[in-house]
Write a protein that binds this ligand. Structure first.
Ligand code: PLP
Length: 460
């Protein structure tokens, strides 16, 4: 950390933060008696706060975002160069980094061809829902307008994104919600609703078909799914799940929308999470890791078939996508995203993610042998979850306070981990890990050792 004279007194910033900043996902009463954390610098896998404390960040900026790590000067340079040349023009026109990034991105996504730029994961999903709704109106007389979403998945914070979110506590007190969103069951094998069976994945997918038949296939336009559920507990899909989901979508002419806001751009060891499962989505949304948090950018990517629905009748004044996102025209986003992708390619970060992800999963499985509190370990690439239970036989989840005590213990020992929080009535019991794609075995050892020690202390 570069603490030069004159820039190491952050007491005013802390006081302004305490007095004027409304933090996300935070109950503020505690800041009347303690300082809020103010983060001042980051380098690689580490951040420093205003009190000079150093942390190893196992969650890439708290919410699985800073995929290429902190302090990337080449991204800052690319953004600066772009800003002084052209900072902004509405995306009714193109800009050079936007066009180049779209081309490069599509090169990683066979079968998809169009990129719509906006600012956040929630917004990218809202665009997808508007696309589905407009197709329903233009092609199906408004009937095929329903959008299915899955229990435990999260798709964002706006009212309609929340309407498609399967997390009861995240939604609580924010209704009434947008009509036309219908929940399907989750696919977490550890919490199997279908008993102990060899074809759990197929059964979980068939549960989606049951909902489609109940609602009427001619009313369902799309289904939105996370490839691996993130904030809902790092739920990796069971064997056989995805091919059956794809088959069901094709059978009933339902668009498959994959939400890659967390899994996208390398997190699981491939460019996109869905690419592990040999499926062909119609719409893919992404945000967080697209520019690793160096600029705000999100994308709604579609097939040419979906895109063509919006240009078929130029004589009809309503027949195109009548949507705009002002800051979708900020050129800094795609400039940062292009450089972010170059780094991932040139530093072989997908390969590192696969190798280090395997190492992390192995170490977590070893931890499970040492701690009764661990009921299940799941993950793909540098994206892992550790589900905590009071009792392995009954699988009764620990209280949220236990998971939070482990997070707090790691934090006080200089390691930032995450946990499902205020999402469910009972399942806020999964520790979440998503270190940057640059991490080393030493980093992962330090992370797992911190969890090991925390588990020992909390269960003592
Ligand atoms: C899977 C998923 N989709 C969408 C979102 C919403 O993204 P944002 O917070 O950028 O609106 C999130 C945020 O955590 C997410 O995890």
């Amino acid at each position: 950390m570069n603490l030069t004279p004159g820039n190491n007194d952050f007491s005013e910033a802390i006081e302004n933060d305490r007095t004027h900043v409304w933090h996300h996902l935070s109950q503020h009463k505690r800041y009347e008696t303690s300082d809020p954390m103010v983060v001042i610098e980051g380098k690689g896998m580490r951040v420093w706060d205003a009190r000079g404390r150093e942390f190893l960040d196992a969650v890439s900026g708290g919410v699985w975002t800073v995929n290429v790590g902190y302090g990337r000067e080449t991204i800052a340079d690319a953004v600066r160069e772009q800003l002084v040349r052209l900072n902004y023009f509405a995306n009714t026109a193109g800009n050079v980094p936007g066009a180049q990034f779209a081309g490069k991105l599509i090169g990683k996504m066979p079968g998809l061809s169009r990129v719509y730029l906006s600012n956040s994961g929630s917004e990218a999903n809202e665009k997808a829902y508007k696309i589905v709704r407009q197709i329903a109106h233009n092609k199906y007389g408004g009937k095929k307008h329903k959008i299915l979403y899955r229990e435990r998945d999260y798709h964002g914070t706006t009212i309609t994104a929340l309407s498609s979110t399967g997390q009861i506590q995240r939604k609580g007190q924010y209704g009434p919600f947008t009509p036309g969103f219908v929940e399907v069951p989750h696919c977490l094998e550890y919490r199997s609703q279908y008993g102990d069976c060899a074809d759990y994945g197929e059964k979980a997918a068939r549960a989606i078909e049951d909902v489609i038949l109940r609602e009427g296939p001619d009313t369902v336009g799309a289904i939105v799914l996370e490839p691996i559920t993130a904030g809902g507990g790092v739920i990796t899909p069971p064997e056989g799940y995805w091919p059956t989901v794809q088959e069901i979508c094709r059978k009933y002419d339902i668009l498959l929308h994959i939400d890659e806001v967390v899994c996208g751009v390398g997190r699981t060891g491939k460019w996109f999470g869905y690419q592990h499962y040999d499926i062909q989505p119609d719409i893919v949304t992404m945000a967080k890791g697209v520019a690793s948090g160096y600029a705000a950018i999100s994308c709604t990517v579609t097939t040419e078939d979906v895109f063509n629905e919006f240009k078929s009748d130029p004589a009809d004044p309503m027949s195109y996508f009548r949507d705009i996102s002002t800051f979708g025209g900020c050129a800094a986003g795609p400039a940062a995203a292009l450089e972010n992708m170059r780094i991932i390619e040139d530093e072989n970060l997908l390969e590192n993610t696969t190798a280090m992800g395997g190492y992390l999963l192995d170490r977590l499985h070893m931890l499970k042998e040492r701690h009764e509190l661990i009921g299940d370990v799941r993950g793909k690439g540098l994206f892992c979850g550790v589900e905590l239970v009071k009792d392995r036989a009954s699988k009764e989840p620990v209280d949220e306070s236990t998971a939070q005590a482990i997070v707090a213990d790691c934090m006080s020992n200089g390691v930032i981990i995450g946990a499902t929080n205020r999402s469910f009535d009972v399942y806020n019991n999964t520790l979440c890990l998503s270190p940057a794609l640059i991490c080393t075995k030493d980093d992962l050892d330090a992370i797992v050792d911190a969890i090991d020690n925390a588990l020992a202390r909390v269960s003592a």
